[in-house]
Design a protein around this ligand. Structure first.
Ligand code: SAM
Ligand code: SF4
Length: 328
């Protein structure tokens, strides 16, 4: 069983958002004052599980739980356990801001979560608080260490690079990843949602980040691929650490797109950078015992999956959805 879109791309990766809420308010992801969804608009744990089973039954092999902050959703560990046990699923992975990982890393490994991506934009406590608007750096570093020790197959850091905010910390963040023996990816900021400032002022292309790292380290291009959009290099003197670059603006990767996203409202987003969506919440609630209409909607939706995103007007809002709503 496999899912193929209208232009022949094989779709085997679902990013499933389990909440739009978050304990942080990162400047690139949210506006200062956010309103979150009322409970009845949010998929229940049972509905999330039913969707995961349906997509795996249709050929999805990898599910990433995300949000918002997935680890503040009550019942998250049990949800992970149930999804990880789905026959046919190759791996359940997660993206988290790390704030709850000191407590939850081990239970998540035990529940079957294979890999963990953790966001880290600064190693300076004050800057960290300014970027996340209320995050506590120590809590996140403790979470990263707990994840490193808990036995995930891989732990990776994600860093959104912004001029004037954390670009100068790229070498220190690389060194931190080396010291921890984990990987790190640097991400270009995407114009999703009106966050109350022009993103163009802080935009930093991956090539600039790469050049800064190359000043201190010999870089070896790698053809490795973890099923996502990152391009990787290895460091000549530290082969245990991979550096990834995720460049939605400067290096379009839509030709090899293998994924779709489900928002916690049950909207199937066919492309992060476009508005096209299919309302699965309505279908879940209209057909509580019958999967055929949902499978048909999925197949119909995939036939219309957009060819590519277009962030060419980088800096200005192009998609009104905030990243926490898209399931980053
Ligand atoms: N709360 C979790 C976290 O921060 O890792 C998971 C959800 S978050 C939306 C997922 C990823 O999207 C994070 O690595 C975050 O840095 C990234 N992100 C959020 N808004 C972004 C934007 N406008 N452009 C690029 N990356 C963004
Ligand atoms: Fe929360 Fe993650 Fe968005 Fe930051 S990037 S506000 S941690 S959802």
């Amino acid at each position: 069983m496999s899912l193929v879109d209208g232009v022949g791309r094989s779709i085997d990766y679902l990013r499933l958002s389990v909440t739009d809420r978050c304990d942080f308010r990162c400047v690139y992801c949210m506006a200062k004052n956010m309103t979150f969804l009322p409970r009845q608009q949010v998929l229940t744990l049972e509905e999330l599980e039913r969707l995961a089973a349906l997509f795996v039954g249709q050929g999805v092999r990898k599910i990433r739980l995300t949000g918002g902050e997935p680890l503040i959703r009550p019942g998250i560990v049990g949800l992970c356990r149930n999804i990880a046990a789905l026959p046919g699923l190759r791996e359940l992975v997660m993206t988290s801001n790390g704030s709850q990982l000191a407590r939850l890393a081990q239970p998540l490994v035990d529940a079957g979560v294979k890999r963990m991506n953790i966001s880290l934009d600064s190693l300076d406590a004050e800057r960290f608080r300014a970027i996340t608007r209320n995050g506590d750096l120590r809590q996140v570093l403790d979470g990263i260490e707990a994840a490193r020790d808990a036995g995930f197959e891989r732990v990776k850091l994600n860093c959104v690079v912004m001029k004037g905010r954390n670009f100068d910390e790229v070498p220190a963040l690389v060194q931190y990843a080396i010291d921890q023996g984990i990987d790190i990816s640097f991400i270009e900021e995407m114009p999703l949602g009106d966050v109350g400032r022009s993103r163009g002022e802080t935009f930093c292309a991956s090539d600039e980040v790469r050049a800064v790292i190359a000043r201190e380290h010999g870089l070896i291009d790698s053809t490795e691929n973890s099923g996502g959009p990152a391009r990787y290099v290895r460091l000549a003197r530290h082969p245990g650490t991979r550096i990834g670059f995720i460049s939605p603006n400067s290096h379009n990767f839509c030709g090899s797109c293998n994924r779709v996203r489900m928002t916690v409202e049950g909207q199937l987003l066919l492309c992060l950078g476009q508005e096209d969506a299919v309302d699965f919440r309505a279908l879940l609630r209209r057909y509580p015992l019958e999967d055929v209409p949902l499978v048909e909607a999925l197949q119909r939706g995939l036939r219309g999956k957009p060819l590519r995103h277009d962030f060419s007007g980088a800096g200005e809002v192009q998609v009104v959805r905030f990243m926490n709503m898209s399931g980053g």
